[in-house]
Design a protein around this ligand. Structure first.
Ligand code: PCA
Length: 210
């Protein structure tokens, strides 16, 4: 698979100056060295615009793997999300002022999609780095879940490996509680590597030229 990896994070929301997911995605991008091209994208926290932008990028870039990420307040571990549900329901409005209460994202869509990432392998690989990580049973009912839901619908159609990862707030955002960006980025990079290795096979051993 030499198709690019698409990694997305979100714009800041809820009055916070930064978004931990975008900080982590930028850090992955800064230190990226292959084996395939990496494309990153920052999504607006909008039920309407974010899934559309993501679907458009997938259509244009034709990635082999898409990992969408967002920040999750109150969490202390990276969350490998298992399931995207066909519901929009959150206590706060999105960037366009839309407050969703028990709405279906796609009236005729399935109730849920499961992540297409090898979650157990990713969990084990991130654990080996020492970064706190868990498999999460709910991505919530806000824009992250909406993006995850659309991502899995598109991924299923175009046979792309895809999933969603939540990262904790940074300690600066979370009043001292949270995860530093380099750790969140290491977790994301490890998830990407794990999926690529499963698809590409292990990297060839270095040739001894002596
Ligand atoms: N977190 C929100 C939306 C954007 C983000 O980073 C969520 O968990 O839905």
């Amino acid at each position: 698979m030499s198709a690019p990896v698409l990694l997305t994070g979100f714009e800041p929301f809820d009055g916070r100056p930064v978004n931990a997911s975008w900080l982590a995605v930028q850090e992955v991008s800064r230190t990226w060295s292959g084996p395939v091209p990496l494309v990153v994208e920052r999504l607006p926290v909008s039920y309407d615009r974010a899934p559309r932008l993501l679907a458009d990028r997938i259509d244009r870039i034709r990635p082999g793997l898409v990992i969408a990420t967002g920040e999750a307040g109150g969490r202390t571990a990276v969350g490998l999300e298992r399931v995207a549900v066909n519901v929009a329901d959150a206590a706060i409005a999105d960037a366009d002022g839309r407050l969703a209460v028990e709405e279906r994202l796609e009236p005729d869509g399935p109730d849920a999609y499961l992540s297409a990432l090898p979650l157990r392998e990713c969990l084990a690989a991130v654990r080996r780095t020492g970064v706190p990580v868990e498999i999460s049973a709910s991505a919530g009912g806000y824009v992250c879940n909406a993006v995850f839901y659309r991502l899995m619908a598109v991924a299923r159609e175009s046979r792309v490996a895809a999933g969603f990862v939540h990262v904790p707030l940074t300690p600066a955002q979370g009043g001292g509680v949270g995860m530093v960006t380099v750790d969140a980025a290491l977790a994301l990079r490890t998830v990407v590597d794990t999926v690529l290795e499963a698809t590409l096979g292990p990297e060839p051993a270095e040739v001894d030229r002596t």
